[in-house]
Write a protein that binds this ligand. Structure first.
Ligand SMILES: [Zn+2]
Length: 412
């Protein structure tokens, strides 16, 4: 994409009321647009990154047998009243129509998915089964000061699984846990797993996937050796202790952000919403249900908080809006411009994703914008390139500079 065609512009300052680093950088770089506290629109660069995050999640969920669906986000109030969530979930957005009928906006979809699956999976032969979706969710937050990490409207992947017994849920949880850890690792993050109480959803156990970051809202004890960690508030061990899980590493305290969670919901929703299946002997049974969430926009915010410096963002290639940021430094030198134009055409033809800064602007401004946007590999073409035949290749992450011929760049 030619940057001269990009309708967004970088800004020197973020809005005064924006205190979160992730939103400050994303707004300044033109990735997102703030509509109000906790509500953001995704612009071309930001949407490219969000879509790449969603693609990674989709691949991993498909890989463990999840079937993608898209459920309604405007919900009838009846199932929410049946489970008690209408009154108990304080962040539930409730809407009244002009005929005074009541609706809810989805903040999680157990109330919708249990009856939906219950219309089809009526025999033990139909289970286990897992369905998931990626879409918008709503929470009536009192304060929304964490940028895209905690919004009133946000993106989420939510998967729901149904099993004939606890043993089968535990088997599937172990598989889902590995898929979750792969998702975070593919997004350039290292996640750890805590065991926590189930909160509003359930009396049973839940698992939280945490990424160490100073922007985190939780204090955790984490192991230097394995993926184990525990919330400081509920941990039975303390800093400096040997890890109880692997007996090898030692425990340290750090701030962390929750990027995913799994809830063992037991039979609560099938019981309250009337979903049963027939077992081998023809008896009606309630399935065991699990819920698996990853906030997609929250994950994007966590990547920015974790992978950024004082100049801007540092995207891992897997989720970067483009792989290459080609910068034409000498926009008044016809030969240099022709070289950059040709390199852009050849890289694009090869299938590489390139943001081509062809704007008529000072070189310093272009480099500042490039640092802010954080595209992994910068290709600099200027007067020097015409003399030496070499392109300057700069890594945004390490700052490493290499001189490479046009052919070598095309082989990257
Ligand atoms: Zn350990």
């Amino acid at each position: 994409m030619r940057q001269s065609h990009l309708f967004t512009k970088t800004r020197r300052e973020a809005p005064k009321d924006e205190v979160a680093k992730n939103a400050q950088l994303l707004i300044r770089a033109g990735f997102v647009h703030k509509e109000m506290a906790g509500v953001y629109s995704y612009l071309p660069l930001g949407l490219r990154t969000l879509t790449k995050i969603e693609t990674i999640i989709r691949e991993e969920m498909d890989g463990i047998g999840g079937q993608e669906i898209q459920m309604a986000t405007l919900h009838p109030s009846e199932p929410w009243k049946k489970t008690g969530a209408w009154d108990n979930v304080v962040v539930l957005f409730k809407i009244q129509s002009r005929t005074e009928k009541e609706y809810a906006l989805g903040q999680s979809e157990e109330e919708i998915v249990a009856p939906l699956v219950g219309d089809y999976a009526l025999s033990y032969k139909d289970l286990p089964l897992s369905v998931y979706q990626i879409g918008q969710k709503y929470r009536d937050e009192l304060r929304a000061k964490s940028g895209i990490m905690r919004g009133r409207e946000f993106g989420m992947k939510d998967m729901y699984s149904f099993h004939i017994d606890q043993e089968d849920f535990d088997r599937f949880y172990a598989i889902a846990k590995e898929a979750y850890l792969r998702i975070f690792s593919r997004c350039g993050l290292t996640a750890r797993v805590t065991e926590a109480s189930g909160g509003a959803f359930t009396e049973k156990l839940s698992y939280e996937f945490m990424v160490l970051t100073d922007a985190g809202e939780d204090d955790i004890l984490y192991c230097s050796d394995c993926t184990h960690c525990a919330n400081v508030e509920v941990a039975t061990q303390k800093e400096g202790d040997v890890c109880g899980k692997c007996s090898k590493g030692t425990l340290a305290i750090a701030k962390a952000s929750e990027v995913g969670n799994v809830f063992d919901l037991g039979q609560k929703y099938p019981r309250e919403l009337g979903y049963s299946y027939k077992d081998k002997d023809g008896n009606e049974q309630l399935p065991i249900m699990g819920c698996y969430g990853i906030g997609t926009t929250r994950l994007m915010g966590t990547i920015v908080e974790t992978l950024s410096d004082d100049k801007g963002m540092i995207w891992p290639e897997s989720v970067a809006p483009f792989t290459f940021h080609l910068i034409s430094m000498s926009s008044n030198d016809a030969e240099a411009v022709a070289f950059a134009d040709a390199l852009y055409a050849d890289l694009t033809k090869k299938g590489a994703t390139v943001l081509y800064d062809d704007r008529d602007m000072r070189a310093g401004e272009k480099l500042n914008d490039s640092d802010l946007m954080g595209i992994p590999t910068r290709l600099i073409v200027g007067k020097e390139t015409i003399k030496s035949g070499e392109v300057e290749v700069v890594s945004r992450a390490s700052g490493e500079v290499k001189k490479m011929t046009r052919e070598a760049v095309l082989a990257l």
